[in-house]
Design a protein around this ligand. Sequence first.
Ligand code: CTP
Length: 431
Amino acid sequence: MAVFKSLFVGAKQQFENFLPEGYTSRMATIFENKRIILGVTGSIACYKAVDLASKLTQQGGLVDVILTESAQRFVSALAFQSVTGRPVYSNMWDDREHVQHVNLAETADLMVVVPATANTLAKLAHGMADNLLTLTAVGLRAPLVVAPAMDGGMYANPATVANVETLLSRGVHFVGPAEGRMASGLMGKGRMVEPLDILAALRPILGRDGLLARRKVVVTAGPTREKIDPVRFITNRSTGKQGVALAQAAIDAGADVTLILGPVTVDPPKECTVINVTSTLDMHDATVEACQNADILLMAAAVSDFTPSTKSDQKIKKTQAEAWGMAIGLERTLDILQAIQKKREKSGFPKVVLGFAAETQDAFKYGRDKLIRKGLDFIAINDVTAQGAGFGVSTNRVTLLDADGLVAKFPLQSKAGVAEQIVIRVAEELE
Ligand code: CTP
């Protein structure tokens, strides 16, 4: 809490940020300055490893590539060097660094073998150290992740099955393989998963000791939709981007995340439990259930406040509507945060609750009212009419207010950046 408070000043005296007006920070990522060893072994899937190296580098990772001799038959060191901007390693007898394998193994935050052939899996399972990749893996202290790639018959071979079991029992993380068409033209299980899936799998592994390690976090995101008839509904402009970014930031901080997601087109993070909902009532039920033993609720959803008082099972015809005077009767939906507040008074869960206030005028005043009325620990206030903030865009400008009336004004930045800032402060409150 001490660090948190020191970042804040009095409610009326919102501190001005040092970032200039209109500045958008580069997307905050868990890979920033992480030393990642990318071991590449000899399979045609090698070309995808170049893409992975590029994606990791773009996200701020320091990627040291080790190529086996066989990998170099498929893809050149120059390809990796060009995307990582760093020297590529391949020769265990190279003396450009003092005991380079120990240096690599000791300083890595993570080692990932992409693609991992049956041969390399066998060597890793038996602790062999006959090339720079396996030599480094034997000395590794950081987590080891492998993405197997081989023909279905090879993956099903009893020797490979036993090697996989051995590696799993020693805590090695497997990403894939997937089922599908192999280079041989045969179908089966052994196909390497796509670089984006590998990237997603690495995040919680890197975040395992993060600020929210072993914490249960519930996030709601997106709009809710209230049915008028089978072809019409009432909703709002929320795209779910900020809530999905919050879920990702919580995953990156090591949390076990449940994302309760309204109807959106944005992809949810892969490493969390996603509960798809449509109406406010669905979201209420799912949120109440998920919050029973949650540490944190981040209520980013733009919940519909009204629902038609009568819902038609058949499409309403123009003539009917005219007969009804062209009016839709509305009634209030449940307030999910107020329902959570009641339960929380008895159970103590969730321990920390954050709500959002999307406003078009007097944002601070309305935000503070909601914080009190809904019994929140924090409210993230944003003026959705401000440039670069609000619905649909990838940036946001948020002011965070806590129950003591202390406030932090974050600069205009990516929704991922806002999410990371929020997660840091909420995690400090939990402590
Ligand atoms: N919220 C909720 N249940 C509702 C409506 C909103 O839990 N039925 C939550 C939202 O997810 C958000 C917070 O309450 O975290 C504030 O939502 P907002 O729509 O800004 O406020 P309302 O309570 O709807 O108030 P108003 O209509 O006066 O703006």
